[in-house]
Design a protein around this ligand. Structure first.
Ligand SMILES: [Zn+2]
Length: 101
């Protein structure tokens, strides 16, 4: 199957890493606590994306999850970039590094 998506050559290197392997989360300070809910904050140490999980303390369920991405993290509308595209870009850059380019 041919690759139709644009290879993100100009994409930030840290973002390519997260797009390839997933985020590297560490625990941030909670945003707020109220009643039976707790707002957990996770921050990616590589790209600084924030994940905000609202946890129901009664049953441990996550009632809401949202992400706050760096301004230029998300790909443009219609680019259709898939994980395998970032993986190819990651390998391309590391092959270039290994070759001393
Ligand atoms: Zn990340």
């Amino acid at each position: 199957m041919p690759i139709k998506a644009r290879v993100p050559r100009d994409y930030n290197g840290n973002y390519v890493q997260c797009r390839t392997f997933g985020h590297t989360w560490h625990i941030g300070n909670p945003e707020h606590e109220s009643g039976a809910y707790y707002a957990m904050v996770l921050i990616c140490s590589v790209c600084h994306t924030r994940r905000l999980d609202t946890v129901n303390l009664r049953n441990g369920g996550i009632v809401a999850r949202r992400y706050e991405y760096p301004e230029d993290y998300l790909s443009g509308k219609g680019e259709g970039l898939a994980r395998f595209v970032y993986r190819i870009e990651f390998v391309r850059r590391h092959v270039a590094d290994a070759d001393g380019e």
